[in-house]
Design a protein around this ligand. Sequence first.
Ligand SMILES: Cc1cc2nc3c(=O)[nH]c(=O)nc-3n(C[C@H](O)[C@H](O)[C@H](O)COP(=O)(O)O)c2cc1C
Ligand code: SF4
Length: 466
Amino acid sequence: MDHRSHIIASQQRVVLARAGIINPESIADYIAHDGYTALGKALTQMTPAQVLQEIIDAGVQGRGGAGFPIGMKLKFVAEARRSQSSPAGAGQSGVKYVLCNADESEPGTFKDRLILEGDPHSILEGMMLAGYAVGAREGYIYIRGEYRLARQRLEHAMAQAHEFGLLGEKIFGADFSFDIHIHSGAGAYICGEETALIESLEGNRGEPRIRPPYPVTNGIWGNPTAVNNVESLANLPPIIRQGAAWYRTIGTAKCPGTKVYTMLGDLNVTGLIEAPMGTTLRTVIEVYGGGMKGGKPFKLAQTGGSSGSILDASFLDVPMDLAELASRGGGLGSGALLICGDDTCVVDLAHVLLRFFATESCGKCVPCRIGTTRAKEILEQLADARATMDDLVQLERIAANMQIASFCGLGQAAAVPILTALRFFRDEFVAHAQAHKCPTGVCAMRGESVTATTGPRERKELATAA
Ligand SMILES: Cc1cc2nc3c(=O)[nH]c(=O)nc-3n(C[C@H](O)[C@H](O)[C@H](O)COP(=O)(O)O)c2cc1C
Ligand code: SF4
């Protein structure tokens, strides 16, 4: 067995069970591999309350980053009435929605794209199960604009499902009708935040809304809305098909199920894997990643995409689940794992990340609008040997303020890589600020001819030349 086949064989695939095996453009293939059996079971043998209870009992948490229990969210929507504070005429009493968040604009994250491209019917089935559980008859998929193939496959799957009577009126002959619409985003990272996403879907500027009220009571056009991530929804068919007790045998007690991880960086093998919650970083690196590239020593991992925590080697054997990492000051986020060897400069990495957040900040609130830009500037000064210890103190203060005072998750999370990097790699920041030295030699010292757009390779060359 070659290494890649070994990697596939050693995974535990629940969400990706069919990806790469079936033809994603064939509903017959999907049905031949247990497709739509969960929906059939739910609509012919279970009440909406029973479907809801099964999802609650499974203990499955959202896979979009925040880890909120999916069953609880659906319960809130099931029990919600349209809020009195909704704009007049904006919604109809009793109307509820299921909204699939397929915006996926976090750099380093591409798991949802591959789920959508590899198994589009599983998302339709997941949305219908959620719709049945909460009493919705309409759903929206808000998809990243660049995901053209995924959109094409979803549209094709929807047309086929309509043809087979699996989408539309009286599905499986039951008293349940459901339809789905697709909306493409226009490229703003903030539109992945659930309330900005709803604003954008309604045709407004994509800026977050104040919460509460939450979308579970005041979502699309003021109606109760379940906003869930692609991977979250893809977990629902296997849960209903095989039951909550089965689901709980996978993963950890606090975080059942699997996680789809993206593996990037200094690994021999990069890409997408699905493994039980609780898999360690060491297993990801050694088993799935085929070891560190060129045998270089491990230095750090950023878990959870660009807004994730920057963690050191003390995390290598920690079971990675949402609860365990959070209890140790880390976070799993969307499950994107960036693995870096000892030639990575943590200041340089933080600078690259903050450049992204400063560009993507929507500008609505001061802590994030000014904070991300100032943090980016200080990191740039640190990398260019133009910063002092006072600047370092200011950087930490700005990040702490962004975390507590930003209006939405973008500003709050933009502080995470800075604060965690400072926690685990403070000496490296101090070396840049005090001694004007980059311990890894990545940053060119003394600032000569270094610009904000100079990449790590050029910096290294400049450092060597100096
Ligand atoms: C700036 C920002 C971007 C986000 N982008 C996404 C995204 O692309 N996909 C996603 O599912 N959730 C994203 N989220 C989280 C959503 O707001 C929301 O928590 C999630 O869609 C809920 O789904 P879940 O409960 O199934 O995880 C983002 C949050 C923030 C603050
Ligand atoms: S935190 Fe950033 S993205 Fe969120 S509202 Fe404030 S400025 Fe906009």
